[in-house]
Structure formats: C-alpha cells, structure tokens
Design a binder for this molecule. Sequence first.
Ligand SMILES: [Zn+2]
Length: 234
Amino acid sequence: MQQELAALLAVQADDLEIHVIEDKLAALQPRLKELDVKRARIAAEVERAQVTVTAEEKKQAFLREKITEHKGLIERNQAQMDAVKTMRQATAAVAQMEEAKRIVATEESELVAINRRLDEARGALHASQASLEACATEQAEARAEVASQQASLDGELAVCRTKRDELAKHVAAPLLSKYDRIRLRRRAQTAWPVNGAACGACDTAIPMQRRNQMSSAGGIDVCEACGVLMYFAD
Ligand SMILES: [Zn+2]
C-alpha cells in the first residue's frame, strides 16, 4: 500500500504542475480576446465607411447621368429653336429650354454637395483603413508573444501529460479513478496527509474508529467533511 501511495503522490505532483500550466494557458485567452475585440471594432468602422462611400458613388453616377441626359435635351431644344416658324412656337421652345436649364442647375448644385460628401466619406474610409493597418502592426508583437507563450506552455503540458500517464500506470485503477473524480472537481491538491488526528486539508477531526479502519486497511480514505483523500504519512 505504501508503494501505491507513493505512486499516487507522484501522480498528484505531476497533476498540480499540469493544473498550473493549464491555468497559464487559460490566462492567455483574455489577452487574445482583447486584441481581437479592438481589431474587430476598427474593421467594423472600415466597413461602415465603405458602405457610405459606395452609396455616395451610386448617387453621384446617377446624377451625372441625369445631367448628361438633361443637357442633351437643352441641345435638342436649341436645335428646334432654329426651326420654329411662329412666335408661339418660339415662346414654347424658350419656355421648355428654360425649364430644362433650371433642372440642370438644380442637379449640378446637388452634384457639388454629393462630391463634397463623397470626398469626406473617402477621407473617413482612408483614415479607418490606415488605423486598421496601424492596429495590425501594433498588435503583431503582442500576438507573436502570446503565440510563443502558448507554444511553450503546450510543449510543457505535453511533457507533463506523458510523464503523468507513465506514473498513473503504477496506481490501481479504483484508487486512481476515485482520486481523479475528486481532483477534477477541486483542481487542487487532492490527497492530503492526516495531520495528527485530523484531515490535513480541512482540519476536521477523524473519529477514532475510522482512524483505526484506515490504518488497518492500508491508510487511504475520503474525508467526510471536505471530500479529499486522506492518507497516513510515515
Ligand atoms: Zn477534510
């Protein structure tokens, strides 16, 4: 039994190391998430700016087409002017042409406003694209650092797990599975030496009868108060 206890304690020593490494790996996640959130926020800005630019470009193209169309109309009216025969026809043609010119003037002033808005939107787009690039540059070092820490911890973890699997072969299956159940719940030291006549983890006194049973059975039992495995150290 003492041999099995020694094997279990060796497994436990390795498990405690594994838990520390796993905690360190988990602690890297919030750092990565922070970087991701910041980058995603700027990427969303770029996307919004792109949507605005596209919308203004569409309006600009539409208006340019209208202006060309209405200028063509003015030219045709001009040509008709030369062909009019009566005063009445001339008056109508002039009125039509004045109307078309008025429309073109309105459209051209609208186009000026759109061009100005488009310039602003393109400026905002370029600024957000530049800050996305700056963010990528700024984060490159931090991301590389996290990746290298992760790789080195993964390496340590693999070594510890291989060693743990080897050590666990020396512990009987029922004891190992009882130990693992408690360990997975606690994620901390699971097997504790009996301290005097009390559990080493929670200091609850162990009744005399149980203590006697423990010693005669080879010495490993579960603490009724806190649920850890207790053992008699030599
Ligand atoms: Zn206890």
